[in-house]
Design a protein around this ligand. Structure first.
Ligand code: 2BA
Length: 108
């Protein structure tokens, strides 16, 4: 048994979760915040058999696409980001996936 921890962009989380549940996976969604951008993202917890982990990877690959995000710098506050020099561009997403061994799993 494995526990997949997947951090996905909020914008992709509903579609990704729906696709996972449709394929029979059990998913828990947590509202989380990235330490770098300090904006919300979604962490999915998925307990599954080891041989099904590649299927999860494929679903996340399909539904969590990378995109550019503009982050206003402090100097742009109150002035907007129309002047490109006042904003930084960061590539965000798709999914960041950890796979952990599960010592024990039971529903009581
Ligand atoms: P954030 O920490 O807000 O990071 C958002 C994006 O900013 C990252 O996208 C990456 O492109 C960039 N970034 C993050 N830390 C950086 C740094 N120290 N220097 C330069 N650029 C940096 P992703 O790599 O796709 O990560 C998306 C989110 O996944 C992260 O949000 C974080 O919540 C989580 N994450 C990614 N790698 C992780 C790790 N090794 N451990 C724990 N959480 C992780």
């Amino acid at each position: 048994m494995k526990l997949v921890i997947a951090i996905v962009p909020n914008d992709d989380s509903i579609v990704a979760t729906s696709a996972l549940t449709k394929e029979g996976f059990f998913v828990t969604k947590l509202s989380t915040t990235g330490g770098f951008l300090m904006v919300g993202n979604t962490t999915l917890l998925i307990g599954t058999d080891e041989e099904k982990v590649p299927a999860i990877k494929e679903i996340l690959k399909k539904h969590c696409c990378g995109r550019k995000q503009i982050n206003p710098s402090i100097s742009s506050f109150g002035r907007g980001i129309a002047d490109g020099g006042l904003a930084e561009e960061t590539t965000v997403g798709g999914a960041t996936m950890f796979v952990l061994n599960v010592e024990s799993f039971e529903k009581i």
